[in-house]
Design a protein around this ligand. Sequence first.
Ligand SMILES: Cc1cc2nc3c(=O)[nH]c(=O)nc-3n(C[C@H](O)[C@H](O)[C@H](O)COP(=O)(O)O)c2cc1C
Length: 315
Amino acid sequence: MATGNSRTDGGDYRLPHGGTLTPTNKQAAGASRRHSGVEEDAQTGVDHQGLVRGHQRSLDNGCRRRPPSIPYQEKARAPGQTDAQPAMKEDKMKKPDPEFAALQFTEKNPDEMIALSESFYRNVQRRRSVRDFSDRPVPEEVIKNALLAAGTAPSRANMQPWHFVVVGNPDTKRAIREAAEEEERAFYQGGAPEEWLNAVQPLGTDANKPFLETAPSLIVVFLKKVTLDKGGKGHKNYYTTESVGIAVGILITALHLSGLATLTHTPSPMRFLNRILGRPDSERPFLILVTGYPGTNATVPAISRYELDQIASFF
Ligand SMILES: Cc1cc2nc3c(=O)[nH]c(=O)nc-3n(C[C@H](O)[C@H](O)[C@H](O)COP(=O)(O)O)c2cc1C
């Protein structure tokens, strides 16, 4: 007897306890890019978030965010359950049955896999944290696609405990720079432990953060400790740091592979970001991802990476 959901030849899905569900709508409907409206200069095509608009190629032709909806044909039954013999407690029966859809997976041959993994490594190896940015605007679609990519990250129970605020408005960037530099000055001049100062010494960083104003986009990442339901009731999220960390990793990689430079910036403390950006207390500022093109002749600290045998063990 099958213990998991098995797929029949007809494309239906057989539940372990006898019910069947059928995908009736393989085309996802109503794809929405859910892009927030920002003001745009009609003449330049540059909006007030420092982003270039205009690429009409869109994601609207297919929904990348939601799997097809698969309604059940009949109610699932517990093993051995008959119509006359309810097997589940009433409160459990109130919970909706989980839905399943076919996994989109294309197997590759080993040579192709190795070539792809080498190519990916070669590409991400060139990513560096940049602290000298050009003020040239960046294509808005690139930022939005990178955010959509970040939103595909795995998260505990699919809680998706992240919120991204894209800041391009010069006044808002200035306010963030001023508040960040104030925190940084206090940190460098008084609070920073000697060990920390030694660790950042090779990077040549100090309390001045001009890139917070120069770079066209600051992507401020918030970690949602709770998610509000439609009735406004808060539900606690779990493994939020792990989940948001993974999402930011995808975001950085997506921006890099799309041709933009980033800097992960973590002024400490960061609560001023809630005030400036109007985010609720239930969201914790996670980091600022400074995003744009590198300045002409930008330099980066000459650092090295550990070898594979220093970062991995194989048993
Ligand atoms: C969680 C985190 C916080 C960071 N915070 C800062 C920061 O506040 N300021 C800064 O200049 N760099 C910051 N960085 C960038 C690191 O210094 C940088 O990633 C590291 O030196 C390795 O260099 P690379 O990114 O060029 O490979 C941060 C990186 C991470 C992952």
